[in-house]
Design a binder for this molecule. Structure first.
Ligand SMILES: Nc1ncnc2c1ncn2[C@@H]1O[C@H](COP(=O)(O)OP(=O)(O)OP(=O)(O)O)[C@@H](O)[C@H]1O
Length: 488
């Protein structure tokens, strides 16, 4: 365990680091973040004892650092410094072997099996065994970095101090190195303190983060307590947006550029939708921010093409994503830029209408097939039967995250009301259907024009979605009933 209590110090008379305290337990990683010159490396030097502290103390396993001899300390603590120019004349194996110096009684005279094993293991962990006889000045920056991390690992110390361990590494080697370090922390109960410039990597791999500015602590805690938009913006003087990691409960940030090419003004218009017997297609001149439950590119993203494709009622839904992706490409569109849905309804019966509001306008597009209407409150009783109402809401305006979600809720309520109005029944239960079993909804916005923070029925946007989806669904249902009657 490493305890830092009120550590203060710097170079000469000038204190760079002021009153920093934290504790890192065995098996865990603390990441130090902060802008250039905030004192991260100086803090590391104070912790390792390279710089004498002007105040405060460092305790290792409960004992003051001052009570350790230099060699005892080297067995307890391994340091990966920022610069390694001193070791450039050695081979990889020699450089890694230097990590064993604290375990020697005389220089290389007492090289033991344990030393050999530690060096071989460290080279293996850093994937550099094949270069063991290579002079390290002939290696790339990233390869050299892995050699020095191997040297620190070979030292077999309980505490690892790392100054930007991922410096020079490509993304795969960043991940490999941090995976290895994390694994070592867990399996060997290591205590690790590491400086990071990459906030997202630090958030993913560290148990605790320490955010520094001007030599002091701005915030310390778990990643969700430290990686906060406002603190990061204030400390780094840059605009960022915070978002969840797709797989882990570790917040991530995205930089927001200060300069952007002015994007051309664009407006979504109902007249620009193309309807054929094969599909409803809308191609936007600009990418639209989109949230949907489509077949291809469901979830959120930015897309230019929106396809609602007609398939026959017996379409095999098992490989639908791949088949639909191929169809999109065959249609001359890029899958990466297209949201794709399907319907067994005649796409020529799609209802597409434009609704004007005080903020701008909304285009609603609906295809409704209710041969297999479902009363959702009784869905538990049924087996799978496919039916589809596809509802698109395309907004000329800037939607917040809340507005995207509220727009979906408002649209769903309006759809359900339309089914009630038209007395559409669930054929299995005989009760009023609330939708079908595979309905899809899509909300997309230009993210230009007026800011629309909400889209519930109390808002101007919500009112248009409510009336628009209700009207379009009713018209689509009427056309569906007509088509059905004709085919009988
Ligand atoms: N050897 C030194 N002598 C005097 N001042 C120094 C020395 N090293 C660093 N400083 C000063 O201490 C301050 C903090 O530097 P430090 O290297 O600790 O920052 P850092 O947060 O690690 O920065 P970076 O992200 O750029 O690596 C800086 O203003 C720097 O000029």
């Amino acid at each position: 365990m490493l305890e830092i209590k009120g550590i203060t110090g710097g170079y000469g008379e000038k204190n760079i680091v002021n009153d920093v305290s934290f504790t890192v337990n065995k098996g865990s990683i603390l990441g130090i973040l902060g802008p250039n010159g905030s004192g991260k490396s100086t803090l590391m030097k104070l912790i390792s004892g390279v710089l004498p502290a002007a105040g405060g103390e460092v305790r290792i396993d409960g004992k003051p650092m001052a009570d350790f001899t230099a060699k005892e300390l080297a067995r307890k603590m391994a340091v990966l410094p920022q610069l390694h120019a001193h070791a450039f004349a050695h081979t990889v194996r020699e450089t890694v072997s230097l990590g064993r110096y604290p375990h020697q009684s005389g220089w290389f005279s007492s090289w033991s099996d344990e030393d050999e094993e530690a060096v071989v293991e460290a080279m293996g962990l850093m994937d550099i065994s094949q270069y063991e006889q290579t002079q390290i000045d002939r290696m790339s920056g990233g390869e050299q970095q892995r050699v020095f991390v191997a040297q620190a690992l070979a030292q077999d110390a309980g505490i690892l101090l790392l100054d930007e361990p991922t410096n020079h590494l490509d993304i795969n080697h960043q991940k490999e190195l941090l995976d290895t370090i994390k694994k070592q922390a867990i399996e060997k109960d290591l205590t690790i303190v590491s400086i990071f410039h990459d906030i997202n990597l630090a958030s993913m791999y560290c148990d605790q983060l320490l955010l520094m500015d001007g030599g002091g602590v701005v915030r310390i805690g778990e990643p969700h307590e430290v990686v906060r938009e406002q603190d990061i913006e204030t400390v780094y003087h840059t605009r960022v947006s915070n978002h969840p990691h797709p797989e882990l409960p570790k917040p991530q940030i995205t930089l927001l550029p200060g300069v952007e090419r002015e994007s051309s003004e664009a407006s979504i218009r109902a007249k620009d939708f193309r309807i054929s017997k094969d599909m409803v297609l809308y191609q936007s001149p600009i990418p639209l921010k989109t949230v949907s439950s489509a077949v291809v590119n469901a979830g959120s993203g930015w897309f230019r093409n929106f396809m609602n494709r007609h398939v026959d009622a017996f379409y095999n839904i098992n490989n639908s994503v791949q088949e639909m992706s191929e169809y999109i490409e065959e249609s001359g569109l890029k899958t990466t830029d297209t949201v794709g849905m399907m319907t067994a309804v005649q796409t020529e019966d799609a209802i597409i209408k434009e609704y004007e509001g005080p903020f701008g306008s909304v285009v609603i597009a609906v295809t409704a097939g209710v041969g297999n209407g479902v009363d959702v409150s009784k869905a538990v009783e049924r087996t799978l039967r496919v039916g589809t109402i596809n509802t698109w809401i395309l907004v000329n305006g800037i939607l917040s995250d809340e507005a995207f979600i509220q727009a979906m809720i408002t649209a769903t309520e309006a759809k359900t009301k339309a089914l009630q109005q038209e007395q559409v029944k669930d054929p299995l239960t005989g009760t009023i259907a609330t939708g079908t079993s595979t309905d899809s909804c899509l909300v997309a916005a230009t993210q230009q024009g007026e800011e629309l923070p909400y889209a519930g029925p109390i808002t101007e946007l919500g009112k248009l979605i409510g009336v628009g989806v209700f009207e379009c669904t009713i018209e689509a249902l009427k056309l569906y009933q007509l088509a059905k009657a004709k085919s009988l």
